[in-house]
Write a protein that binds this ligand. Structure first.
Ligand SMILES: *[C@@H]1O[C@H](CO)[C@@H](O)[C@H](O)[C@H]1NC(C)=O
Ligand SMILES: *[C@@H]1O[C@H](CO)[C@@H](O)[C@H](O)[C@H]1NC(C)=O
Ligand SMILES: *[C@@H]1O[C@H](CO)[C@@H](O)[C@H](O)[C@H]1NC(C)=O
Ligand SMILES: *[C@@H]1O[C@H](CO)[C@@H](O)[C@H](O)[C@H]1NC(C)=O
Ligand SMILES: *[C@@H]1O[C@H](CO)[C@@H](O)[C@H](O)[C@H]1NC(C)=O
Ligand SMILES: *[C@@H]1O[C@H](CO)[C@@H](O)[C@H](O)[C@H]1NC(C)=O
Ligand SMILES: *[C@@H]1O[C@H](CO)[C@@H](O)[C@H](O)[C@H]1NC(C)=O
Length: 867
């Protein structure tokens, strides 16, 4: 009893002591990092999905077992799986999180996690994914989406490689008292998840406005967005685990992204020496461990360095990014000694940054935010550079960076993955407007480039054919001349890579330009058994396409041009140029090329299932089902939509046809063959050009007026849609006159209402009527006489997705879950309010088939596979 009465007194004295300390600390006008209270999140849900017991990590956090967190989950069918250990090659998460990847929950139907939120505001949501082996479910083939009520977090997400660990981190403002995560497997697939975190974050992590690059502008309204943290780097230092960050963040070393590591050297001080001041960063912005290490320029004191420290990270184009840089001058001996410039994607962000003048002190934490607009991301990468400011009177030329975060900003329909919002609305329309505005300058640049190419082509040396390489006049356009010492040395290796060093013919400079690998001719000879006819997998106007199998077993498609053909060279050149600008899941990617010995060889990713046409008619392959056809068309439409409006913007393919749409082993469609593609100038709306393309697919308006627009591709795609539906060649001279041209014939049948008669009999019985209607309407609009009346690819894509949804909903049995019915709603046109329904459906959780896999089986499987 006595002890209890003493309580108030001792706590009072404690309080006094605390106050005293506070005053002491405050009097130095800086907050010492160690005195900052650890952050205790009001909401703190940590779940180790599928795990039979709680998991305690090295960093002190405990993740709840699956059974203890079962009440958050509404699902009908799910399976848990766990293994004793996992074998992975490399991973980009902190090793302290490894135990979380050892178990997973497999969700076979639409499922929902719901959390009660005690304090609305910013929250972290973190996901851990690793496709564990399972005797029934192959998690590497799982494809699924994850959304909240308002934000699309992941769209058609998958983890193909069973040796990687995937970590995703999001930050957004939760407003209600409930928060849901909806897992939606793709048709006939399933979802899985290894661990989930939903954790409160303090206010003030993000401010509502940030500077834009290039220097000068300000962007307001960041609070309206959701964020995904793509990179968080502790520059010049080791991994910082959640143990050393009170917000449980992981900071990874910067070395994999440092483009020129020889030019950098690390600096560090004791973390306790880092000062936080009112005007700068707080320990919540970044822990002192981040500010205590940095990269500076190597030997800045002895040499006069004149280069930039450069970090380059790949990002998903089509989104804007918040770039946060952390600085703390831990290298200067005196104030006003260090001035440097900061660039993002080669645009000046800060010139003459003087950290010491901001706080009048050294070793003080400071951070700065920039918004990089989607239109400034041209080749899918973010590049941050710091370099000495020239023209500064005093100081040693040097530059530093302590920490770097690259954070994706949700787009106009609140999606962080893909163009579509939770309610199925498309961001395409608005993107297009942005493109129209910003793209002008880029399109002009593109045209200029093309013009230069043409001029250079006109002025090509007369003897160009005699030289071993024809690309010496072509490629310097991509980059500064200095990269390629264009020494016309006599050696047969004298291609554009004067700087090439390695025997393999690999040019690191060149690959940095995004043009891919340089292959030596002999390497390609080996891969194709000296271009054996047996290896031919396709023949086109440009030449033959061979299947190449390299020493390490990888397969690639090798396209060899007919040497010396002038048209071939043009197309070769266009294709390299186009593809080097383009990276997209639905475009065939260029792996590299070779131009040795007057050869023109392009090396692409190998598309195991070949052209779409072979899966529709005219080959021995089994015809695709209606749903598969829709999926392939959607993929191709995505690819074209990206060409027209995506990061590369304003590219017209010019040769859209079923033989140029290839499918890979998973039936993912990719658009190929950019040999005829053109960049469209924005101000002019069309390109005047000699008519090229394939008959039967040609836009009649383009044919008449020789003016090429994106709508010409839309026309060709409309023909493709009918070809896919009717399974016959687009031109068949053997047929009666009115039927020769598929586009005309199909439109005629459609007008007469007898289109059903010409639908491919393989699929005719299985098509849902509404789905067909939507599809045919889209195809019909594409074939409109005048380009202006045709829809954009974004609209076509939208309609195809809708047709797929209609087909999927119709083919589901009556006994469906309430959630499944809701799927139709999500994308249905007449559902504008954007709410994901199913919230109060009260799905029972009784009869889930829990398969707890015993670990010995897995070790056996692993051993077996290891042998
Ligand atoms: C991963 O997949 C490969 C090929 O599919 C297989 O050989 C390997 O055993 C798998 N590894 C694990 C750990 O399941
Ligand atoms: C979060 O959203 C709510 C409701 O929309 C709003 O009142 C609040 O100010 C937001 N918080 C922040 C930090 O933006
Ligand atoms: C700094 O670099 C050296 C040599 O590269 C390395 O041994 C050391 O561990 C690094 N220090 C930190 C803190 O990363
Ligand atoms: C993390 O903190 C512990 C002590 O709290 C310290 O020993 C360790 O070196 C720190 N590690 C890093 C990477 O910051
Ligand atoms: C540093 O990078 C910027 C932007 O890429 C460039 O303009 C500048 O010339 C570079 N500075 C040096 C010294 O290379
Ligand atoms: C990107 O730039 C365009 C044109 O300046 C602007 O309309 C758009 O809002 C910007 N986007 C973001 C996310 O800042
Ligand atoms: C990306 O584009 C910029 C110019 O827009 C260029 O300087 C840079 O080298 C390119 N990076 C890659 C990897 O192609």
């Amino acid at each position: 009893m006595e002890g209890r009465q003493n309580w108030p007194i001792s706590s009072l004295s404690l309080l006094l002591l605390f106050n005293l300390l506070f005053i002491l600390v405050n009097s130095t006008s800086a907050i010492d990092s160690s005195s900052v209270a650890a952050y205790t999140p009001p909401d703190n849900y940590l779940i180790d999905c599928g795990s039979p017991q709680d998991t305690k990590l090295d960093d002190g956090r405990t993740f709840k077992s699956d059974s203890a967190s079962r009440s958050y989950l509404e699902t009908n069918e799910d399976v848990q799986t766990s293994v004793d250990y996992i074998s992975v090659k490399g991973f980009s998460v902190s090793s302290s999180a490894l135990p979380l990847f050892r178990s997973a929950r497999i969700l076979k139907a639409v499922s929902k996690y719901t959390f009660y939120i005690t304090r609305p505001g910013w929250h972290w949501v973190r996901f851990y994914f690793h496709p564990l082996p399972h005797p029934v479910y192959d998690l590497t083939s799982a494809v699924f989406s994850i959304t909240t009520d308002e934000v699309v977090l992941l769209h058609d997400f998958f983890v193909k490689d069973n040796s990687t660990l995937v970590f995703k981190e999001y930050l957004f403002n939760v407003s209600g008292d409930r928060f849901s995560l909806l897992f939606k497997p793709k048709e006939r697939s399933y979802a899985f998840i290894n661990a989930i975190e939903v954790v409160s974050a303090p206010d003030g992590l993000i401010s509502d406005s940030a500077s834009t690059v290039p220097q000068g502008g300000t962007l307001n309204g960041l609070f309206q967005h959701a964020f995904e943290v793509c990179y968080r780097l502790n520059v010049g230092g080791p991994t910082i685990t959640p143990m050393n960050d009170t917000l449980s963040r992981t900071w990874l070393p910067d070395t994999p992204y440092n483009v020129f590591p020889q030019g950098a050297q690390n600096a560090s001080i004791m973390p306790s020496a880092v000062k936080y001041q009112q005007s700068g960063a707080t320990p919540y912005i970044a822990p002192s461990w981040v500010y205590a290490t940095a990269d500076e320029m190597a030997e800045s004191e002895t040499l006069q360095p004149n280069f930039n420290l450069t970090w380059q990270m790949n990002v998903d184009p089509g989104f804007s990014y918040l770039i946060r840089m952390h600085f703390c001058d831990i290298v200067s001996q005196a104030l006003n000694d260090l001035y440097f410039n900061v660039y993002i994607n080669s645009m000046m962000s800060v010139s003459g940054l003087d950290l010491s003048s901001i706080n009048n002190a050294l070793s003080t934490a400071y951070y700065t935010d920039f918004v990089l607009n989607a239109s400034s991301i041209r080749n899918g990468s973010v590049r941050v550079q710091v370099g000495p400011a020239s023209g500064m009177q005093s100081g040693i030329p040097n530059a530093i960076l302590n920490g770097l975060e690259v954070i994706k900003i949700s787009n106009s329909v609140r999606s962080l993955d893909g163009l579509f919002g939770v309610d199925g609305s498309s961001g395409g329309g608005r993107t297009m407007k942005i493109v129209a505005g910003v793209g002008l300058a880029m399109a002009v640049t593109a045209m200029l480039l093309l013009a230069i190419v043409c001029i250079r082509w006109q002025q090509r040396p007369r003897d160009w054919e005699k030289r071993n390489s024809f690309s010496s006049w072509l490629l310097p356009l991509h980059t500064s001349q200095s990269f390629f010492s264009t020494s016309r040395s006599s050696s047969r290796r004298s291609s554009m890579f004067g700087s090439r060093t390695s025997k393999s013919g690999y040019s690191s400079n060149f690959s940095n330009q995004g043009l891919g690998r340089y292959f030596s001719f002999s390497e390609l000879q080996n891969a194709t058994q000296n271009f054996d006819e047996k290896a031919v997998i396709g023949v086109g106007g440009f030449g033959k396409v061979y299947l190449g199998v390299f020493e390490d077993g990888t397969k690639m498609a090798i396209k060899r041009g007919n040497p010396g053909s002038e048209q071939g060279i043009n197309e070769f050149q266009t294709e390299i140029q186009m593809l080097s600008m383009l990276r997209h899941r639905h475009l065939v990617s260029l792996v590299g090329f070779s131009d040795e010995q007057s050869e023109m060889i392009l090396v692409y990713e190998y598309m195991a299932n070949g052209p779409l046409r072979d899966h529709i008619y005219g080959s021995k392959k089994a015809p695709l089902s209606w749903k598969q056809r829709l999926e392939v068309c959607i993929g191709a439409a995505r690819g074209l939509h990206y060409l027209h409006t995506g990061a590369a913007q304003g590219i017209i393919h010019r040769d859209v046809k079923t033989t140029n749409i290839l499918v890979d082993e998973n039936l993912v469609a990719k658009v190929s063959d950019f040999g005829l593609s053109k960049a469209a100038p924005m101000e002019q709306q069309y390109v005047s050009t000699a008519v090229k393309g394939s008959f039967g697919y040609l836009d009649p308006e383009y044919f008449r007026r020789q003016q090429l627009t994106e709508k010409s591709d839309v026309y060709s795609f409309g023909v493709v849609l009918f070809e896919v539906l009717c399974a016959r060649p687009v031109l068949n001279p053997a047929l009666p006159r009115e039927q020769v041209n598929l586009a005309e014939w199909a439109m005629q049948c459609h007008r007469k209402g007898v289109l059903n008669k010409i639908i491919d009999p393989h699929i005719a019985g299985s098509i849902n009527e509404e789905s067909l209607k939507t599809y045919v309407e889209a195809a019909e609009k594409c074939l409109a006489e005048h380009g202006v009346d045709r829809p954009g690819m974004g609209d076509v894509l939208w309609n195809l997705e809708y047709a797929l949804q209609l087909q999927e909903t119709s083919s589901q049995p009556q006994t469906d879950l309430p959630e499944d019915k809701c799927t139709g709603h999500i994308t249905a046109l007449e559902k504008p309010n954007g709410k994901v329904c199913g919230g109060d459906s009260g799905v029972s959780v009784g009869d889930d088939s829990q398969v707890t896999v015993t670990s010995p089986l897995f070790s056996q499987i692993e051993n077996f596979q290891g042998r």
